[in-house]
Design a protein around this ligand. Structure first.
Ligand SMILES: Cc1ncc(COP(=O)(O)O)c(C=O)c1O
Length: 446
């Protein structure tokens, strides 16, 4: 056991104050303390560099969450940050438009296979809402079929009015579609990833009304063979716009996105998060045909033109290319996956580190779902004690080196041994020093 276990008392006290001042404690549900080992995991940070951060109590942690994927080169990357700093010296936003908008659009067109025209936003959910608006405007239809997570806006959250409140099936426990107009419920419907017949039935049931099929093309596993092609064929058959939401899956597998890696292009793509290494930025890119009508739609916001996001995105994309990110991410992910799989085996547990190398997921075999949630929480808790901040799926950056991988897999071996002993003795509950971690969003594509 690592000695001493780091204190998180300042984090916990600050979180208590946050509860009095900020409804919901944080601005992003995934940042809530209930998403980690509350009382053991750090909650607040005071600085971050590379693959590590220092929390409010002064402890350094290896970071495998990386702002839920928004950091891709590493925290406070020198190249991106110096480009941003020199832009700030020249003005963070102008009265006039910065020609960098065109430079970034050209870079995106050169990078994302389906990109011919580009609009910008500051975040992913916002970019999804823009994509929904453009798809509806371009087709003159109202309905959107979706698969995956697409943010907080009404067009998407309205689907939760279709959920039976008693079923416990809302995407996030304790979060209801309060405040989302019920009249929108009929304008959006979820479909199940991998189920072509289900999607076809939904399209038939809404024949002539579907503006778009919006989906995350993958998260941590490749799609079933032929699946995305079948979705595209159905979209074509029903004259619906196919939108890939590559906000989370887009940049690590390939700089050109999942569409480049798998060789299947949508009509429109939503991008955000990692494209600017932690500076607010999002984009909707697509074919000229589907994007051009946006010039006659109300799609407009002051900060979409800010210079910081443009510079950060342009520099990040060029740095990803210069640093051969695709190869490096594969190498980092494969090493981490192998190390974690070894750690599971040496602990005596059954399981493996699964998922794409760019998104490894710890999968320990446990007899039932209730136990899985406890075991996952225990893993997060024991890793936090060893100064590793991670969910059970790992978000990579180019700043993760062999040193971080080794430290992580050694800590994991210890943490997994604790779990093994707990399972054998039947006392996992008594080993938990925190509440059981809440499930993440249910609507994510796995
Ligand atoms: C696939 C996907 N779409 C949209 C979003 C929303 O992005 P943001 O949190 O920047 O609004 C996320 C965020 O996790 C995402 O993963």
């Amino acid at each position: 056991m690592v000695d001493p276990v780091p204190s998180v008392s300042r984090s916990v006290e600050t979180y208590r104050r946050a509860g009095e001042l900020i409804p919901g404690w944080t601005q992003l549900i995934s940042r809530r303390a209930s998403q980690f080992a509350y009382g053991v995991s750090p909650i607040y940070a005071r600085s971050a560099k590379g693959a590590r951060f220092i929390d409010l109590d002064g402890t350094e942690y290896i970071d495998w969450a990386n702002a839920v994927g928004a950091v891709i080169l590493g925290h406070a990357d020198n190249v991106v940050d110096s480009a941003v700093k020199s832009q700030i010296d020249r003005g963070s936003i102008y009265t006039l438009t910065n020609p960098l908008e065109i430079t970034l659009a050209e870079e995106l067109n050169d990078t994302i296979p389906s990109s011919e025209m580009v609009r910008y936003t500051k975040g992913g959910g916002e970019a999804c809402a823009v994509a929904a608006r453009i798809a509806r405007g371009t087709t003159g239809r109202d309905k959107i079929l979706f698969c995956g997570y697409h943010g907080w806006h009404d067009w998407y959250q309205a689907a939760n009015h279709l959920v039976d409140p008693e079923s416990g099936e809302y995407p996030f426990a304790g979060i209801e579609p309060i405040g989302v107009p019920k009249v929108l419920a009929d304008t959006v419907a979820p479909f199940t990833y991998g189920d072509v017949e289900g999607l076809e039935a939904l399209l038939e049931a809404n024949r002539g009304e579907v503006a778009a099929i919006m989906m995350e093309p993958l998260r941590s596993e490749f799609p079933p063979p032929g699946y995305l092609n079948a979705v595209k064929t159905l979209a074509r058959k029903h004259d619906a716009i196919l939108i890939f939401d590559e906000v989370s899956c887009g940049w690590r597998l390939s700089i050109g996105g999942v569409q480049k890696h798998l060789g299947i292009t949508p009509d429109m793509t939503v991008l955000a998060k990692a494209m600017s290494n932690g500076y607010p930025m999002g984009a909707v890119v697509g074919s000229r045909e589907v994007m051009e009508p946006a010039s006659r739609m109300f799609v407009s916001s002051s900060y979409w033109s800010d210079n910081v996001g443009l510079v950060a995105a342009l520099t990040t994309i060029r740095e990803l290319k210069r640093r051969d990110s695709e190869t490096r991410f594969r190498e980092i992910g494969e090493k981490l996956r192998a190390g974690l799989t070894d750690a599971i085996a040496t602990s005596g547990l059954t399981g493996a580190c699964t998922g794409l190398p760019t998104h490894p997921v710890l999968a320990i075999e446990v007899p039932d779902e209730t136990l899985r949630r406890k075991v996952n929480t225990l893993f997060i808790q024991e890793m936090a004690k060893r100064r590793i901040h991670c969910p059970t799926s790992f978000v990579l950056t180019l700043a993760h080196t062999d040193a971080e991988i080794q430290q992580t897999t050694e800590a994991a071996a210890d943490a997994l041994r604790v779990i093994k002993r707990g399972l054998e003795a039947g006392n996992v509950d008594s080993l938990l020093e925190c509440d059981i971690k809440q499930d993440p969003f249910r609507r994510q594509v796995t």
